[in-house]
Design a protein around this ligand. Structure first.
Ligand code: HEM
Length: 220
């Protein structure tokens, strides 16, 4: 699982980035300013976003480290070449961040559509859990369905280690949404549920089946 220190900039680099990030925060572009008015103060599903946030050697426009989401607003003159953009995006994704990109024009002229897309991305994490919870009501179908879901995820390019980064984002999201209801026992119960789901999906991903090992408990 990634820890904060893995992606925080090293102190000497941070000393150089800090004034830059501060200046960029003070002088946002009109599009950045407009989007910030919709993201600030936890307006989207109670998720806390930060502006001009440093991750390793990059400064991203908006970031929620808790739910591992980055939002970038591309200006008319692109800050990076396409190749640099790809390296930057791959690097951020390798740290388990989802990167959403919007153009200046979209943010300025279709603000609500942009906000809806951000909300939908945030909801995706919750959708994953709602699906699993709905399956809990049909226990006989739970294991085979989750195994098939795990097998489909191989096709989506999902590897075992991704389940850790997603769990970090998911629990960040749960903490944001449930606020003071997110107590230690509640967190423990969700973690246990996630562990069972992950183990079952991974078993499906590797071609195993709950039926192969009678009496085997997932994750046991
Ligand atoms: C608790 C574990 C997870 C659950 C319950 C879950 C659930 C789902 C569901 C229901 C879908 C819809 C498509 C389908 O039914 O095949 C889906 C799609 C997808 N999931 Fe997951 N997922 C989980 C973990 C992950 C992880 C760890 C990743 C990797 C980062 C991931 C990435 C994706 C992708 C790329 C898609 C397809 C495209 C999309 O809908 O965005 N999922 N997931």
């Amino acid at each position: 699982m990634s820890t904060r220190t893995e992606w925080q900039p090293p102190p000497e680099l941070w000393q150089r980035l800090k004034p830059l990030a501060r200046q960029m925060r003070k002088e946002p572009t009109p599009a950045e300013y407009k989007l910030w008015q919709r993201l600030r103060n936890r307006q989207i599903l109670n998720v806390k976003f930060r502006r001009q946030f440093a991750i390793d050697r990059f400064i991203v426009d908006f970031c929620s480290p808790e739910v591992r989401m980055i939002i970038e607003v591309d200006g008319p003159i692109h800050q990076y070449t396409q190749e640099e953009d790809k390296i930057r995006q791959d690097f951020l994704e390798s740290l388990g961040f989802v990167v959403l990109r919007f153009t200046n024009l979209a943010v300025l002229n279709q603000t609500q559509a942009v906000v809806t897309e951000i909300e939908q991305q945030a909801c995706k994490l919750m959708d994953m859990l709602s699906l699993s919870i709905s399956l809990l009501e049909r226990p006989a179908e739970l294991m085979p369905e989750l195994e098939q879901l795990g097998a489909r995820h191989v096709g989506y390019g999902v590897r075992a280690e991704h389940y850790d980064t997603v769990s970090t984002a998911l629990f960040g999201m749960l903490a944001a949404v449930l606020r003071d209801k997110y107590t230690a026992p509640v967190e423990a119960a969700w973690r246990e549920l996630y562990r069972v789901i992950r183990d079952t999906m991974l078993r499906g991903a590797t071609g195993g089946s709950a039926g192969d090992r009678p009496g085997a408990r997932p994750g046991a």
